[in-house]
Design a binder for this molecule. Sequence first.
Ligand SMILES: NC(=O)c1ccc[n+]([C@@H]2O[C@H](COP(=O)([O-])OP(=O)(O)OC[C@H]3O[C@@H](n4cnc5c(N)ncnc54)[C@H](OP(=O)(O)O)[C@@H]3O)[C@@H](O)[C@H]2O)c1
Ligand SMILES: *[C@@H]1O[C@H](CO)[C@@H](O)[C@H](O)[C@H]1NC(C)=O
Ligand SMILES: *[C@@H]1O[C@H](CO)[C@@H](O)[C@H](O)[C@H]1NC(C)=O
Ligand SMILES: *[C@@H]1O[C@H](CO)[C@@H](O)[C@H](O)[C@H]1NC(C)=O
Length: 323
Amino acid sequence: MPFKEWQIEIYVFIGIASVGGVVLLRLWLQGPSYKKKTRLDGKVVVITGANTGIGKETALDLAKRGARVILICRDLTKGKKAADEIFLSTNSDVGVYHMDLASFDSIRRTSEALKQQEPQIHILINNAGVMMCPEWRTTDGYELQFGTNHLGHFLFTLLLLDNLKAAAPSRIINLSSIAHTQGRMHWEDLNLTENYDPKEAYCQSKLANILFTKKLAKVLEGTRVTTYAVHPGVVQTELGRHLEQSVNRFIHWAFHFFGKIFFKTVRKGAQTTIYCAVDESLTQETGHDCKRKEPHNNASNEYDAEKLWEISAKIVSMDQFSL
Ligand SMILES: NC(=O)c1ccc[n+]([C@@H]2O[C@H](COP(=O)([O-])OP(=O)(O)OC[C@H]3O[C@@H](n4cnc5c(N)ncnc54)[C@H](OP(=O)(O)O)[C@@H]3O)[C@@H](O)[C@H]2O)c1
Ligand SMILES: *[C@@H]1O[C@H](CO)[C@@H](O)[C@H](O)[C@H]1NC(C)=O
Ligand SMILES: *[C@@H]1O[C@H](CO)[C@@H](O)[C@H](O)[C@H]1NC(C)=O
Ligand SMILES: *[C@@H]1O[C@H](CO)[C@@H](O)[C@H](O)[C@H]1NC(C)=O
């Protein structure tokens, strides 16, 4: 049966309306941008996982503001490539260090070198992260997400504290995630050996990031080193790279396909980190979409923050460390 003319018009109308709807939804999901032009001349910024994704975009923005940015990457080839790109578009001095957050040894070596070179660090951005990988371990034998996202940054931060204090007022920013709301600390089995679940492990590691931030803020009271935890939004990056292996091919494909349409661009995804790094009005915060947002109740539990700190300090042999 041939279409009548009015039927075609309706289909065309529905088609245009759907495309328009998707475009509007995409725009809305992108979230705000940080508009202030605050300069960071003379400041030193250290950022982990800066060769790609949110980290690279953040590094580029802060370099444009005049900061000397130091990229901490586990793959020096990728790191140098990112540094060259940033240098070419900003003419700002960019450094690169090798460090694998999944190895305490590597973290200690890099921190040592970094401390020698940079007596003052004004902004530390703990950005690197791994999400929902298969049941993998760090060099030291810990579950990879807890080990990288939490333990690695815990050790790295403590080792750089003197340099941050020397630069005060200075800031420490942790990339957490909305995923922390579904996280639970598996105190008896932090490695999730009993019943490994890639999502459970990611959520636990992101909850740990906030608990650490809370306790760190307390420890640093009076030093003018302030701490922030950020949810960047849902951003189109390489973070979903392990989904094919840990969940299945379809989820991996869907993550990329819908990501292209609905997730934030990295430019937008970096905005809340940039806001926490440069905005003069801030003291210490958890935030999302360039504004303050309270974390889930479970992340405000001081007893848990205390317990996590003690356990982590023991694991990374920093329990004798005096702050
Ligand atoms: N994307 C989102 O929707 C989203 C949402 C909430 C929170 N976040 C958080 O945002 C942060 C940045 O993620 P992204 O989305 O930009 O992901 P990404 O594109 O996958 O970038 C992650 C970065 O971390 C580095 N990295 C991973 N393991 C490392 C290790 N062991 N040592 C050193 N560096 C390591 C990666 O280096 P290689 O390239 O060498 O692997 C890469 O540079 C993460 O903490 C993530 O949890 C992201
Ligand atoms: C996690 O694994 C490491 C390395 O095998 C082990 O030393 C540690 O006790 C485990 N931690 C927990 C809480 O199970
Ligand atoms: C919060 O923590 C409690 C106690 O550990 C746990 O039972 C609960 O599931 C957590 N909430 C969420 C949303 O995971
Ligand atoms: C960042 O996260 C790490 C690891 O979870 C934690 O040790 C540190 O105190 C946190 N710092 C801030 C500012 O949140």
